[in-house]
Write a new protein. Structure first.
Length: 320
């Protein structure tokens, strides 16, 4: 819906592809990336205010850098021109005309919120109902040899004082158990250890390894088995005290509701890069309605995306 002349409207939406080489490849159970090839999205308002966001393109979403830039430039941008920047219902009615494209939609959504906040002279966290604050973060240990991963943990403790770890697992059960035992011995009992298997295990694998994960006091297991194996997740969840967290199975608010109703997950990962701020608020509300904790994650975001996620994370509390 186009806005009256006095409204603050969207003048333009730009999509700028960028490629940032990584110092070290990012590896996980189902893939690897050597470059960050994201899209920077800029929303300019009728008064000149600009909002910015980062659109990463994890392969599991089915998006590419080219597809993100194309749908924004050729479809979303023309239809959003002159729309009231505070009319998020109107913005999402445009998005809903096109299936999929979560990263493209989410980047525009967050850039709009960023522009709103700048126009009002407040942080996004405040616009979203929170306040800017210091946030607890963990250090992600990417897949490598056990020796490399333990050395990385030791460096991060000495350099930054990390006391929480997210360990990439899911390719070799015996190796994962040995790594987690060694990491617990290295960091002591007062550090939190969570693991992310990126769907690398089967339900049977998880049943076999869960007792060892309990032994080293793993706090959370993120997406351990295939995302759509809801029955398997529930079966495993009923047989381990460690909560299973939904990530790849929780792409949309509908997905989150489905997973919570199945009862296989006891935590939800919120990734603003795939649900923007608008749908992330819906995901958070669903998690709260099921008395289930949520926590923010990232996915090859650049600093722009990490800061955007931090603003959203400032609107709620989490035990992890």
């Amino acid at each position: 819906m186009k806005s009256p002349d006095y409204a603050l409207t969207i003048r333009s939406v730009e999509a700028i592809p960028v490629v940032v080489p990584l110092l070290h490849p990012i590896k996980w159970a189902r893939g690897e990336i050597k470059d960050i090839d994201n899209v920077i999205v800029i929303v300019t308002l009728s008064d000149g205010t600009q909002g910015i966001a980062d659109a990463p393109r994890p392969t599991i979403y089915g998006e590419t850098q080219q597809s993100i830039a194309t749908i924004i430039q050729n479809h979303f941008a023309p239809k959003l021109k002159d729309v009231d920047v505070f009319d998020l219902t109107g913005v999402w009615s445009v998005f809903d005309q096109y299936a999929g494209n979560p990263a493209a939609k989410s980047a525009i959504d967050m850039a709009i919120y960023d522009a709103q906040a700048k126009h009002l002279g407040i942080p996004c966290a405040q616009l979203l109902g929170g306040t800017v604050k210091v946030l607890p973060v963990n250090r992600r240990l990417m897949l490598g040899s056990n020796k490399e991963m333990l050395a990385e943990a030791e460096r991060m403790i000495k350099r930054y004082g990390f006391k929480a770890w997210k360990v990439k697992c899911g390719m070799d059960k015996k190796r994962d158990i040995a790594l987690l035992r060694a990491l617990r011995k290295l960091v002591g009992d007062d550090h939190e250890i969570t693991i992310d298997c990126n769907q690398g295990y089967s339900a049977q694998d998880l049943l076999e390894t869960a007792p060892y994960f309990e032994e080293v006091n793993v706090a959370l297991i993120e997406e351990p088995i295939p995302a759509r194996d809801g029955a398997g997740k529930r079966f495993c969840a009923e047989r381990t005290r460690i909560p299973i967290s939904g990530d790849d199975s929780c792409m949309t608010p509908d997905d989150v509701l489905h997973e919570l109703q199945l009862g296989g997950i006891r935590a939800v990962v919120i990734k603003c890069a795939r649900t923007g701020y608008t749908q992330s608020r819906q995901v958070l509300a669903l998690a709260k309605s099921f008395y289930t904790p949520a926590h923010n994650g990232t996915q090859a975001d650049m600093q722009i995306g990490c800061v955007a996620a931090a603003h959203f994370a400032s609107t709620y509390t989490t035990p992890h």
